[in-house]
Ligand binder design. Structure first.
Ligand code: AMP
Length: 116
């Protein structure tokens, strides 16, 4: 289901511009508008899901599709060998600012640990 006011649902419906790098029936991937690394892509389900915190047992397939997309994009963008970070911020303490589930694919530079 789509949410009329959700930012990422509006990108999925092409009501807002984005640099889309992958699309299928279930998943859309696009460039982050404020990249935190040379490679910074967002992988989102087309169905509106608020975040990891809203997933249910039946969503295991969807999670698989999102991570399959992320690993494929990491290879395509040339960061699979050098390494990369896959991040999902969940809820307020997790630092989630857009309430539509999204995987961040960050790569092209060494990452610090622990995250802030
Ligand atoms: P999070 O803080 O985990 O919810 O991540 C939200 C991400 O969405 C941030 O990295 C933002 O830079 C990114 N973002 C916000 N608005 C847009 C947009 N219109 N197009 C692409 N990325 C966006």
């Amino acid at each position: 289901m789509s949410d009329p006011i959700c930012l990422f649902c509006r990108i999925i419906r092409r009501e807002l511009p984005a640099t889309v790098v992958y699309e299928d029936d279930e998943v859309l991937a696009f460039q982050d508008i404020a990249p935190k690394a040379p490679v910074h892509l967002l992988i989102v389900p087309k169905r509106h899901v608020e975040g990891l915190q809203a997933l249910e047992d039946g969503d295991a397939g969807l999670i698989g599709s999102l991570f399959a997309c992320l690993t494929r994009l990491a290879r395509e963008r040339g960061v699979a060998r050098s390494g990369y970070r896959a991040v999902v911020n969940a809820g307020a303490d997790g630092g989630q600012s857009v309430l539509h589930l999204h995987l961040h694919l960050l790569g092209g530079r060494p990452m610090d640990w622990p995250p802030g």
